[in-house]
Ligand binder design. Structure first.
Ligand SMILES: NC(=O)c1ccc[n+]([C@@H]2O[C@H](COP(=O)([O-])OP(=O)(O)OC[C@H]3O[C@@H](n4cnc5c(N)ncnc54)[C@H](OP(=O)(O)O)[C@@H]3O)[C@@H](O)[C@H]2O)c1
Length: 294
């Protein structure tokens, strides 16, 4: 197991490109990599946020020219693919293959290696991205993540209005703290040649299997409020998400995930194996982020 608390070498500071660097996961990865002495290049869509002392590349991830500009001198890349379409990924992956950095890809625990088609469009994208990266010869470190705890930030507006969270229900899974996924990603990105030979996907889960109602109850305990979850039927969930301005294709993908993605009781020790620390509970996340819901 790599020790990410160790200074990252005296003669070579690894240079690491983080895509989705302004997102919930990406922000944590950037902070951790900087803490460990890496030179971090952030790829963001909008020129906001801290850029001190390091490179920030502004542009769209789907534009191969943006990747081409961002990759020179980079040792490793954290790749996310937050889109429902993998067509633009072919040129992006070709850029990666030409530059040949180590690549860590953030995928989903819901990917089923035995299935010819995945449960829903979001999981299908992850399976297709994994295959694309493998086929390009990149031998990516695949980090299959369970549902991130930080998705709960999406409840903040409802919590300002009352004590009920309403939304599409999802099957129970071992929700994982984004800080743990970030630490796992940092371990993989910082470890020299860790991805060779390809060790197979890491499956990053939290320590307990939770449904939405369980998460809402734990958040309520952290906030000192009696919160409850109200599952919405698909039609109502659809109209609310559309009214919130979400793109129709994303809404349909989220509803498909809510209906078709199976429950998973899988809990792994991969976070601990990669980071040296056990995965945090959602209750811990709720306490640590309670101020955001004030
Ligand atoms: N959330 C989960 O439960 C979960 C579970 C398994 C895997 N994953 C994977 O992990 C990734 C990160 O999750 P997250 O929760 O951190 O997501 P997030 O907070 O939504 O962050 C995604 C980031 O990607 C950026 N982005 C979106 N489209 C882009 C584009 N075309 N070009 C450049 N940047 C773009 C967004 O930019 P803006 O800030 O400008 O919007 C955002 O900062 C997801 O995209 C998903 O593929 C997530």
């Amino acid at each position: 197991m790599p020790d990410t608390n160790r200074p990252t070498g005296t003669h070579h500071r690894p240079s690491i490109l983080v895509t989705g660097a302004a997102g919930n996961l990406g922000r944590e990865v950037v902070d951790l990599l900087r803490t460990h002495g890496a030179l971090v290049r952030r790829l963001v869509r909008h020129p906001t946020g801290p850029c001190s002392g390091t490179g920030t590349v502004v542009g769209d991830l789907t534009d191969p020219a943006v990747l081409r500009a961002a990759l020179p001198g980079v040792d490793a890349v954290l790749l996310i693919w937050p889109l429902l379409d993998t067509a633009p990924a072919h040129d992006v992956v070709a850029e990666l293959a030409a530059a040949a950095p180590r690549v860590a890809y953030v995928s989903s625990t819901a990917v089923d290696d035995q299935a010819t088609r995945q449960s829903d469009p979001i999981v299908q994208v992850h399976a297709d991205m994994e295959a694309l990266l493998l086929d390009a010869g990149l031998r990516p470190a695949v980090l299959r993540s369970d549902t991130l705890s930080s998705n709960a930030r999406g409840w903040a507006a409802q919590l300002r209005a009352g004590n009920v969270i309403a939304g599409p229900d999802v099957a129970r899974t071992a929700v994982v703290d984004e800080r743990d996924v970030a630490a796992a990603a940092a371990a993989v990105l910082l470890a020299p040649d860790r991805a060779r030979p390809n060790p197979g996907p890491y499956v990053l889960t939290g320590p307990e299997v939770l449904g939405r109602a369980d998460q809402v109850a734990r958040l309520g305990a952290a906030l000192g409020r009696r919160l409850s979850f109200r599952p919405l039927p698909a039609d109502l969930a659809r109209s609310r998400m559309l009214a919130d301005g979400r793109p129709e294709r994303l809404v349909e993908a989220l509803l498909a995930a809510s209906v078709d993605r199976p429950e998973s009781h899988r809990i792994t020790d991969h976070v601990e194996r990669l980071t040296g620390r056990p995965a945090r509970t959602f209750a811990r996340w709720a306490v640590d982020h309670a101020a955001e819901f004030g």
